[in-house]
Design a protein around this ligand. Structure first.
Ligand code: NAD
Length: 478
């Protein structure tokens, strides 16, 4: 079996202890590779390498064009290695190969291209002042960035953090999720091939609490922590980072509300609502897991939505025809099915779906669950949607906002004023009207409430990954 190493200071390394752990293919439910198990020692070595590369190396001192050229080469290499990277994520966590090939890997390449260009084009502001002074801002790299990633979009979310951090001249220690180590090591290898100096992008594998992850969050040599994962983990990381006053960006859980009005284009609303909850087997922070449908069209919508859910193909994620693979791990499968087991007691009916073979869960539609039911309030993170009727716009907005989360929401209506009104009233970092998941990388991305702290994307990433500095010059009169 392969051994997936750390990448520290440009070299493939094993842990000092020699310890490893297995990464399991959730379709076969067998280990498919061994991974070097990093702890505090390996995290410390990776931070030291990133620190040296930042303090003494060429990366932060390069011009934007030179750094950008390396990041563009890396994007090209990601495209060239698309099959290998897609297979790594699919084998690690069961994502359908069609999605990892056509969506996740191309988007990962785009992350590097976009942030390379964005940094070069937004490197400062000039502010001529009425007083005769001249002010300008500089966006200087912050230093060493710790990037801690989840398992649901491994390469895509890692590059969403790593690309802006690198484009702005920082050096990085990336800790991928323990369930999905493979693509991160491949990425760091491609970065070296693209000409990135050693120590600029380091990868350390291992667990979170009292392990490699926590060590990164408490290391005083780290200047920024960017984290995507569960809200509870986000709280632990914010507490750890507070000791050193290290700035954190937290992209956390969600319980997306999806509101379908009677005046919506129902074909389009059904199709987007299916994508919103069943893509990636519902293991999406942005999943539209609470579906509110106006009563006039509730029965018709539910019938069409249920039929479409039953038509989705669940199975081997390496088969290009598969639309839902297994859930990512035994532990996650147990968590998701515990919500299904709780439905009868909490109130509600499973209209279609339920447990499938192995670690799969079939597309599941639940109706009649009261607002206080666990399945209605907590992030299930699986292919499970709760559908509820509503009567008025005000009632829909109140129900959608009745959640500790506030990552995103969707609204389907052909009434333009209603779309804008509801988008303004929804408590969410992103609202999609008559669509889902469409991203402009310049737009702010993040959540309110338990869904996160801070925003990334475009200038928002610039503000987080740099130390903005104001320079004010007196211009002497003639
Ligand atoms: P998780 O919080 O269990 O783990 C995420 C990462 O944090 C892993 O690398 C893990 O090893 C590490 N970690 C765990 N405890 C840590 C600690 N104490 N200190 C440092 N690191 C620690 O999350 P997950 O199960 O991998 O991912 C699923 C979650 O991520 C869901 O809640 C989902 O909504 C969320 N998510 C959010 C977004 C977003 O953009 N808001 C995107 C994707 C996923």
């Amino acid at each position: 079996m392969d051994l997936i190493p750390h990448i520290v200071d440009g070299r493939e390394t094993r842990s000092a202890s020699g310890e490893t752990f297995a990464t399991v293919d959730p379709w076969t439910r067998e280990p498919w590779a061994e991974v070097s198990l990093g702890g505090a020692e390996e995290a410390g070595l990776a931070v030291a390498a990133a620190r040296r590369a930042f303090d003494d190396g060429p990366w932060p001192r390069m011009g934007f064009a030179e750094r950008g050229a390396i990041l563009h080469r890396l994007a090209d290499l990601i495209d060239e290695h698309r099959g290998e990277l897609a297979l790594a994520d699919t084998t690690d966590m069961g994502k359908p190969i069609a999605d990892s090939t056509a969506k996740d890997v191309p988007r990962s390449a785009l992350n590097f291209r976009f942030f390379a260009d964005h940094a070069r084009l937004s490197a400062g502001d000039a502010l001529p002042m009425d007083s005769g002074h001249h002010a300008y801002s500089r966006f200087e790299p912050a230093g060493v960035v710790a990037a801690i990633a989840p398992w649901n979009f491994p390469l895509m979310l890692e590059t969403w953090k790593v690309a802006p951090a690198l484009a702005w001249g920082n050096t990085v220690v990336l800790k991928p999720a323990e369930d999905t180590p493979a693509s991160a090591t491949l990425l760091a290898g491609l970065a070296l091939q693209a000409g990135m100096p050693p120590g600029v992008l380091n990868v350390v594998h291992g667990y979170g609490p009292a392990a490699a992850g926590e060590a990164l969050t408490t290391d005083p040599r780290v200047d920024r922590i960017t984290f995507t994962g569960e809200s509870g983990t986000g709280r632990a990381i914010a507490r750890a980072a507070a000791a050193n006053l290290t700035p954190v960006s937290l992209e956390l859980g969600g319980k997306g509300a999806n509101v379908v009005f009677a005046d919506a284009d129902l074909d389009s609303a059904v199709s987007w609502s299916i994508k919103a909850i069943f893509s990636n087997a519902g293991q999406v922070c942005l999943a539209g897991s609470r579906l509110y449908v106006q009563r006039e069209v509730y029965d018709e919508f539910l019938a069409r939505f249920t039929a479409a859910a039953e038509g989705l193909v669940t199975g081997d994620p390496k088969d290009p025809a598969t639309q839902l693979g297994p859930l990512a791990s035994a532990e996650h499968h147990a968590k998701v099915t515990s919500y299904l087991d709780g439905v009868p007691a909490d109130g509600g009916t499973i209209v279609t779906g339920g447990r499938g073979d192995g670690w799969t869960v079939r597309p599941t539609v639940v109706t009649g669950a009261p607002p206080e039911a666990r399945i209605h309030r907590e992030e299930v993170f699986g292919p499970v949607v709760v559908v509820t009727p509503f009567d008025t716009e005000a009632e829909a907005v109140a129900a959608a906002n009745d959640s500790p989360y506030g990552l995103n929401a969707m609204v389907f209506t052909e009434n333009l004023s209603r779309a804008h009104r509801v988008a303004a009233a929804l408590k969410a970092g992103t609202v999609w009207a008559n669509c889902f998941f469409i991203r402009d990388l310049r737009a702010p991305f993040g959540g309110v409430g338990d869904s996160g702290v801070g925003r990334e994307g475009g200038n928002f990433s610039r503000e987080f990954f740099t130390e903005p500095k104001a320079v004010v010059m007196a211009v002497a009169p003639a």
